[in-house]
Write a protein that binds this ligand. Structure first.
Ligand SMILES: *Cc1c(COP(=O)(O)O)cnc(C)c1O
Length: 232
């Protein structure tokens, strides 16, 4: 299928999921995950009205950014090495993948040096799989005291990557529900500098379920640009 047909379908499915769960379509942002895909395809999605794009590698994002319209909002969604942080300050609207205190400290420091404010999400590893990045749900509560001391990094919510689904997207519903509940619990603590307005969850195979469970950002790659070849 072409990008256009894929986008129409995704838009329709997001709208239906919003309707089913009594939400307004404007509460959910579609982020087109363009990793490994050429700038021509990003431009195609842009021309169809998409403004938010997700990349998981700093080098790739910085390579595409100057070749594409300036009003694109770039989202960093992949594991970020601390030595690359300074390169993306000012180039991304939201870092979804803050997965350690070492990284959040580095972002705050780099943002301060650059006199910028950076918005970020805490990545949560709900399933506890060793291979996944992110804070455990328990850890989240123990780092709040530190996050409130930041001056240039604002924590705006939570993000998770659920497991690849085996058969049925329903398998990931408990993961999304848990992330939503965590955001409610953290919000109740009223921590300075930490708001919980953004919930980034749901990918091509399970974004409808994620929207039903309260996602405010869905990250759709394959479902828009088709399958990726080679390494990511
Ligand atoms: C690649 C990626 C996506 C998109 O995955 P699809 O299954 O292609 O939709 C979403 N989130 C993250 C963090 C990713 O790395």
């Amino acid at each position: 299928m072409m990008v256009k047909d894929n986008l129409i379908l995704a838009e329709q499915k997001i709208s239906e999921a919003c309707k089913r769960s009594g939400r307004d379509r404007s509460e959910v942002k579609l982020i087109a995950v363009s990793k490994t895909k050429p700038v021509e395809m990003v431009q195609e999605a842009y021309d169809l009205g998409i403004r938010d794009f997700g990349e998981n590698k700093v080098k790739e994002m910085l390579g595409k950014e100057p070749l594409l319209p300036e009003d694109i909002c770039w989202h960093m969604i992949g594991h970020l090495q601390t030595n690359k942080v300074k390169d993306i300050i000012g180039k991304t609207v939201l870092i979804h993948s803050i997965d350690s205190i070492k990284l959040s400290d580095t972002i705050d420091f780099a943002a301060r040096k650059a006199k910028q404010t950076v918005n970020g999400l805490l990545e949560v590893n709900i399933s506890g799989e060793e291979t996944k990045f992110g804070f455990s749900p328990e850890e989240l509560f123990s780092v709040l005291d530190r996050l409130k001391q930041y001056r240039n990094l604002k924590i705006c919510g939570l993000m998770t990557v659920a497991a690849p689904i085996q058969n049925d997207p329903e398998e990931n519903r408990p993961v999304f529900r848990r992330l939503k509940q965590l955001s409610i619990d953290i919000k109740q603590k009223n921590v300075d500098n930490v708001s919980m307005n953004i919930l980034s969850m749901g990918m091509s195979d399970d974004y409808c379920v994620a929207v039903e469970e309260g996602a405010t950002c869905v990250r759709i790659g394959t479902g828009i640009f088709g399958v990726r070849e080679g390494r990511e």
